[in-house]
Design a protein around this ligand. Structure first.
Ligand code: KG4
Ligand code: ZN
Length: 335
């Protein structure tokens, strides 16, 4: 079964074709990041308009890259939520309309299920059951995954998501949007011993997270160290390192707890923040001590992309599900 997947929930237009027999055949992505950077964050109306401009050309490009025509496509999967409603509507209505024109089924996919299954696109994928840490700009969740569609929420952020905290901390340090990768890059030059930021909610039991206090702590540290309103380059790097370490260590402590609590030996990390090298390194050492294994997707499939939607849609369709003629677009949707 060849599934064309469409992702338009935020600021990336992604299209891909996944074949249940031969794997990923093609994937294309257009990032709007540069356009939004000027405004310091995603402008929803601009995002929707750009998805409209880019989506159909990307569909043609993806078919061409896979050496296929529309007649070869067996189904269409599109991100149905959660995300920006206007942006979601572009992918949902286009995906649904293409499926209707081509006479094939369509299915609305949960964006976070897409992220969660992205490591399945890699060469040695995990096997069910496993623990998943979902860390994106909008979500921070620990999930026990037993099978496709069988997800038990073990813990989540009570306030900001980890990626959101990275983006806000970046803004306080005068860095562009999206800040996560920039904070990570800056942290490489930082002295990791100069500041020690709190590891929120690690001193009490449970698997929930909270990152808003860390944001306030970062703001206070930035303000306390400005000289004549300016933050020295080295101090900025030291703060970035302390911030990154605090997030990474907090996530690592909770992942270890989740493995111990469930007795499972496989941990997957997914979502934009799972591209963070420091996080990968710390988790690798943690799982080694726990005699467990760590799985993640290649960096371009950690952030938003069409491949994860094509894959998740394909699994759902193989299980007999589809969305009929409804155009599904849900800005808020629990997985
Ligand atoms: O999954 P994603 O592309 O979009 C959402 O579904 O939210 O995640 C984007 C988030 C942003 O907050 C971005 O700053 C963060 O992932 N991010 C990173 C890194 N790469 C992306 N955060 C820390 N380190 C990175 N290397
Ligand atoms: Zn995402």
């Amino acid at each position: 079964m060849k599934v064309l997947g469409i992702e338009t929930s935020c600021d990336e237009t992604g299209v891909a074709i996944y074949d249940s027999e031969h794997g990923l055949l093609a994937d294309t992505l257009y990032s709007q990041v540069k356009m939004h950077a000027e405004y310091g964050g995603v402008v929803p109306e601009l995002a929707s308009r750009d998805h409209i401009r880019k989506l159909l050309p990307l569909v043609s490009e993806t078919l061409k890259e896979a050496n296929l025509s529309s007649q070869d496509i067996d189904a269409v999967a599109y991100t149905a939520g959660p995300g920006l409603i206007g942006a979601l509507m572009v992918g949902a209505s286009t995906g649904r309309a293409m499926a209707m024109a081509w006479g094939v089924p369509a299915i609305g996919v949960h964006h976070m299920e897409g992220h969660l299954l992205a490591p399945m696109l890699e060469e040695s994928p995990p096997v069910f059951p496993f623990v998943a840490l979902l860390v994106s700009g909008g979500h921070t969740q620990l999930v026990k995954v037993t099978a496709i569609g069988q997800y038990e929420l073990l813990g989540e952020s009570l306030d900001d998501a980890a990626g959101e905290a990275f983006d806000k901390a970046a803004k306080m340090m005068g860095l562009d949007y999206p800040g996560g990768p920039l904070v990570a890059k800056l942290a490489e030059q930082g002295d990791r011993t100069r500041f020690r930021f709190p590891r929120p909610m690690t001193d009490r039991p449970g698997l929930d997270f909270s990152f808003s206090g860390l944001k306030t702590f970062t703001l206070n540290t930035v303000n306390d160290h400005k000289v004549d309103g300016v933050l020295a380059d080295q101090t900025r790097a030291d703060i970035a390192a302390a911030f990154e370490d605090a997030v990474v260590e907090t996530l690592t402590i909770k992942c270890k707890r989740a493995l111990q609590q469930t007795g499972l030996k496989q941990l997957i990390i997914a979502g934009g923040v799972s591209a963070n090298q420091r996080l990968r390194d710390r988790l690798e050492s943690m799982v080694a001590k726990e005699h467990a294994a760590l799985f993640y997707a290649r960096p371009k499939f950690c952030t938003d992309n069409g491949a994860m939607i094509a894959y998740a849609g394909c699994q759902r369709l193989l299980a007999g599900q589809s969305s009929d003629l409804v155009i599904e677009a849900k800005p808020r949707w629990a997985m």
